[in-house]
Design a protein around this ligand. Sequence first.
Ligand SMILES: *Cc1c(COP(=O)(O)O)cnc(C)c1O
Length: 349
Amino acid sequence: MQNQFSDFRSDTVTTPSAEMRQVMSEADVGDDDYRDDPTVIRLEEKVADLFEKPAALFLPSGTQSNLIAILTHCQRGDEIITGKGYHIYAWEGGGASALGGVIVNPLTTDETGEINQDELSVSIKKGSGHEPSTKLLSLENTYCGMVQPIEKLDMLTRIAHNANISTHLDGARLANAVIKTGNSFASYGRLFDTVSLCLSKGLGAPVGSVLVGGPDFIERARRQRKQLGGGMRQSGILAAAGLYALEHNLNRLNTDHHNASVLAQKLSQNPVFHVRHNLTHTNIVYADIEPDKAESMHAHLASNHIKVNSAEAVISDGKIWFRFRFVTHLNIEDEDINRLIDCSNIFDG
Ligand SMILES: *Cc1c(COP(=O)(O)O)cnc(C)c1O
């Protein structure tokens, strides 16, 4: 189906299919603040089982899921170690500090988002003397579409646990890593105390994230959700979409990954783009362009009904480039990719 627009901005832009809307409209519901909604309970049990964790909590967004994890793991004045480009540091409006009073220590990562294990070891603070005390290591997979090797996650979480630090995985796009690598959700669940998983990214639900962890932790997280105003009532309508997404949209992430690699390969035939193949692991393609061409390319694509985010300045190979990211998802089909390729091939800016 040729849509009016081809929207490569994010995998959050997907709209629920007719089948998903159907199951939403038929969902059994109750008041979830009374723990009375059978569909929410079914979703929480399903995601807890996937991760082989005892408990789960359904939340309105991935940002709230990470924030509640932080508020539950940490006290005011505690420190969280994370990565410099990671979502909890870079894209959550400083919520952890504003609302949790925690200090976030963002370690530099390599281009694919990996934290160096020695840097982690030397950054952990015991809270002696004047130091804050490090309470949480928060990692991310995928990081901007890049799969973090499970051996590396294993090593980093071991370092943290050996130092008595809790571990959280921001798994907003963990489903993409699961499908790409063949590792189970549980294989990641075993490494981390808590994990958050988004239903509204590549999985295609309109709303929702699930946080998994131990029973006491999830009870305390439930109270945090209430404090933040995130308790919902007949939210089974939304949970039904999440259940549908896990049943029908998980394996099809392979198609998004295939489409992204086709797109990367075709874009690299256009000399205006320097496609970063080493950064293109799952459903996000990165392509750099000379700084003076970034705005005109963006306008050219927009005038041809192609939506992309503005390119961001980056330093790569020792010079400044502007980097576009193109995200594939369940509303991107062959025609959309061809439209983008054909359109960028006639760019003369
Ligand atoms: C999208 C995303 C989130 C949170 O997303 P919401 O828009 O709040 O649902 C958190 N972490 C990562 C890595 C993400 O990509």
